[in-house]
Design a protein around this ligand. Structure first.
Ligand code: HEC
Length: 194
């Protein structure tokens, strides 16, 4: 799985080679550079800068979190403008996924999966928002804006104070209520990549 040539053996264009390399890098947690496929002789190795142009992958440990910082107070107006229409003013109203509330509900009759009740890490919340939100304009937030709305979503879940600094140092240390609610994937290739 973590042999880069294995992942790119079916890649026939430069584009798909880069895609494969990013996927492999994500799975393996290392900067893997795709090799030219020996079978077809097509394509060229993806360079580290080509791979990083696809974006930063921030895992649970938060090592790749970029410099930047914000507080929930700074994120409130941005959340209201860019997130609330789909997630509700307090993150609980929808119409799309609920982001707040539901803590302690997972084992009950009406489990409510939210950032506060379900997500095991605050670092991957940064990663997800950075690459996928706002749903209608992904990639449009600056680094500090991502820190700001993440801080505000965490604040809506009572996980940080309004004026707490959220940055690469503090995010990995936030105790998410469901941090122990997941089990490690036992498949050997996944385990080996950790
Ligand atoms: C146009 C509507 C829309 C906007 C605006 C929007 N979202 Fe979302 N959001 C969605 C949808 C739809 C999903 C579910 C996506 C999926 O399941 O693939 C989602 C999912 C999420 C999730 C994952 C929830 C979970 O637990 O599964 C988070 C976190 C999130 N959004 C945060 C934000 C933040 C922060 C903003 C503002 C910067 C934002 N969203 C703006 C529609 C939106």
């Amino acid at each position: 799985m973590c042999d880069p040539t294995a992942r790119v053996s079916r890649g026939i264009t430069r584009w798909s080679l880069v895609t494969s390399a990013v996927f492999t890098a994500a799975m393996c947690g290392v900067g893997v550079v795709a090799a030219q496929t020996p079978r077809t002789g097509l394509g060229s190795p993806a360079t580290p800068s080509e791979i990083s142009a696809w974006g930063t992958i921030v895992g649970p440990g938060g090592e790749a979190l970029p410099p930047g910082r914000a507080t929930a107070a700074e994120g409130r107006a941005l959340y209201d403008r860019r997130c609330a229409a789909c997630h509700g003013p307090t993150g609980q109203e929808g119409p799309d996924d609920r982001l707040a509330g539901g803590q302690g509900s997972l084992a009950g009759d009406e489990p409510r999966k939210t950032v506060g009740s379900y997500w095991p890490a605050a670092t991957t919340l940064w990663d997800y928002v950075n690459r996928a939100m706002p749903f209608n304009q992904p990639g449009s937030l600056t680094t500090n804006e991502v820190y700001a709305v993440v801080a505000y979503v965490l604040f809506l879940n009572d996980l940080v104070g309004e004026r707490d600094t959220v940055d690469a140092g503090t995010l990995p240390r936030i105790d998410m209520p469901n941090r122990d609610g997941f089990v490690a994937d036992p498949r050997p290739d996944i385990a080996a990549a950790r």
